[in-house]
Design a protein. Structure first.
Length: 152
């Protein structure tokens, strides 16, 4: 399985090098937002809390599907997967969401993702929200991009 050391080096790693022991099913670039919601913490102080992602998945500049809360990935070809986080590692900077390794807990459809068993979020840029939140319930999107590598 994907080692934490490889994840820690993920800011400069490539799927070909990192996933040598797995067959890559699909690599898609994502452009979207990480959505945060202002909520009171256990101490009653308002804080931004991650709510969900929303992103377009692209290959060669063409939209092929979407990534959204769950986390889920759905392609226009009818394939759909849901992941469960296995490992995290910091992004390249404090402003970048973490790199992830996810095991697929749900898989349906006969398209490109039909045989995938793993998803890696690599090369993240942006997506982290800092600072005070104004009002409970407020939502704030933060732009991010990443590469999602689906493997088996």
């Amino acid at each position: 399985m994907f080692s934490l050391l490889v994840l820690l080096a993920g800011a400069t790693a490539t799927p070909d090098a990192d996933l040598a022991s797995h067959a890559v099913v699909l690599t898609a670039h994502a452009e979207g937002a990480q959505i945060y919601q202002c909520k009171p913490g256990e101490d009653g102080v308002l804080r931004w809390s991650f709510r969900e992602p929303i992103a377009s998945l692209m290959v060669d500049g063409k939209s092929i599907g979407h990534h959204y809360g769950g986390p889920h990935w759905a392609l226009a070809d009818g394939s759909f997967v849901r992941g469960t986080v296995v490992t995290t590692a910091p992004g390249a900077t404090a402003a970048d969401v973490p790199l992830l390794e996810l095991a697929l807990s749900e898989n349906s459809g006969q398209g490109a993702l039909a045989t995938a068993t793993l998803v890696y979020r690599l090369h993240t840029r942006g997506g982290v929200l800092t600072g005070a939140c104004p009002t409970a319930g407020a939502l704030q999107p933060v732009a991010y991009s990443a590469d999602y590598v689906f493997a088996k």
